[in-house]
Write a protein that binds this ligand. Structure first.
Ligand code: ADP
Ligand code: MG
Length: 437
């Protein structure tokens, strides 16, 4: 468990820190224990431990928190046994990880779960590997955080490096491009820098939004882009926004980005969610009851990183407490879900109101206007109004197909009634408590 979290945290640190810092300070560390949101790391010497504390602890804690999916603390201890052998052992492993130009070997097409939300992006990425430079050039992937962009980029880079061992594939973040450029400028080696990038077969650049407001880097990147594009060499880019929506990036470059295929990765759709839960749980060796699987799919799947973090915590909690993974354990391990923290949804409010008044959901959302349904329906409208940002017209549509003015009328009626009806007041506080609102 501690290893799983540390492998992921290290991956993040490697892309964040300078190579020499990573090699000197981070690579020699060993994960010893993970318990109660604390990762114990062992450093080879007191000097290393103190240096890490002074310079890298916040970065390490941030990476560990991201990797474990919740706030984590890092405890640094000294283990002198690590000093020589572990360092020697750490280096070859690192080279092996880098063999495909920085793409982690675990990001492959085979372990990418495909659904409506990412089908086009996935198909385009595969097409690029099959026929680089031919159809979709550049391929520009965009979408929010944790939705699989880096995963697909890495799969493309690894696929191309494997299929065409002779052509160079360079896969890097825009930040690393900028750092390399600055280093080249400082060392007066710009010619070499340009030759390197213009002589490659495929350029894969992650997080292109990092070029925002960096004019010199954009200019340099533009030249590289044009040189490669003109000779039909493949370019693949990922970004957190679409080209037309990238602030701080020059218009000409934005047009270039949009000149090939633009493919969105969207948040997992309802059919993709359970598939992701199943694949990610089995990759971690966790078996889930159907109830737990559907809870995770509904509440912990806004993005895949969130789901992975949740499953990692569930697995740790179960193995530390020696309990089996049921809904009670999952709720305890994870706390309120992001969905619950965002407040109740209209559907949850309707569900709770129906349960309280013992009416069927179809009845409450259906068009029938019987006296028995009036109070529950008005109360559901009232709670939706108070605890969601959903517009009145939609609240009305969900509750019997009423229009905006009918909802306004119902809200007034409930407010007047609340002043004199203690039972109704009680119902409201009970429902609020159940909804966590
Ligand atoms: P992004 O670059 O869009 O922020 P990543 O590619 O880093 O997201 O994905 C975050 C995590 O979620 C990674 O561990 C990745 O393997 C996983 N992931 C995202 N989408 C999928 C998917 N469709 N199938 C399998 N794993 C996925
Ligand atoms: Mg990414």
């Amino acid at each position: 468990m501690s290893d799983t979290i540390w492998v992921e945290a290290r991956r993040r640190l490697r892309s964040e820190l300078l190579d020499k810092d990573y090699d000197t300070w981070i690579a020699p560390l060993r994960a010893a224990r993970w318990s109660a949101d604390t990762l114990t790391l062992e450093a080879p010497s007191g000097i290393a431990r103190d240096w890490l504390r002074q310079h890298f602890l916040p970065a390490v804690e941030r990476a560990v928190s991201e990797a474990s999916g919740g706030r984590a603390t890092v405890l640094l201890l000294v283990n002198r046994e690590l000093s020589v052998p572990a360092r020697a052992g750490a280096l070859p492993a690192r080279r092996a990880e880098r063999a495909t130009n920085g793409a982690p070997a675990r990001y492959t097409f085979d372990n990418f779960v495909v659904g409506e939300a990412n089908r086009v992006a996935y198909g385009a990425a595969r097409a690029v590997v099959a026929q680089p430079g031919a159809r979709f050039n550049p391929l520009f992937l965009c979408g929010g955080c944790g939705l699989g962009k880096t995963h697909l980029l890495s799969a493309v880079a690894a696929g191309l490096a494997h299929a065409r061992p002779l052509g160079t594939v360079v896969c890097l973040t825009a930040e690393n491009f900028v750092n390399e450029m600055i280093a080249a400028l400082e060392a007066r080696r710009m010619e070499r820098f340009r030759r390197k990038f213009r002589g490659i077969q495929t350029l894969v650049v992650d997080d292109i939004q990092f070029l925002a407001e960096k004019r010199r880097s954009q200019e340099e990147f533009s030249h590289t882009f044009n040189a490669l594009h003109e000779s039909a060499r493949q370019i693949v880019i990922a970004s957190d926004r679409a080209p037309h929506d990238l602030p701080g990036i020059g218009e000409a470059l934005r047009f270039r980005f949009a000149s090939g295929l633009l493919a969105y990765v969207k948040p997992p759709d309802p059919a993709l969610r359970p598939a992701l839960v199943e694949r990610k749980a089995s990759a971690l060796g966790v078996s889930l009851t159907p109830e737990v699987a559907s809870y995770l799919a509904e509440e912990w799947c806004a993005n895949v990183r969130e789901l992975e973090g949740a499953l990692t915590r569930v697995e740790a909690y179960a193995s530390l407490s020696g309990r089996s993974v049921d809904l009670a354990l999952v709720r305890e391990a994870l706390g309120p879900s992001p969905v619950a923290r965002r407040g109740p949804t209209v559907q949850r409010i309707i569900g709770e109101v129906c349960q309280h008044y013992q009416v069927a959901r179809d009845e409450l959302s259906g068009p029938r206007r019987t006296a028995r349904l009036a109070v529950p329906r008005h109360l559901a409208m009232y709670l939706c109004r108070q605890h969601t940002d959903v517009p009145l017209a939609r609240i009305g549509a969900e509750l019997g197909g009423r229009d905006h003015s009918t909802v306004v009328h119902a809200l007034g009626a409930i407010e007047r009634r609340l002043e004199k009806d203690a039972t109704l007041r009680e119902a409201v506080s009970l429902l609020r408590a159940r909804l966590g609102a």
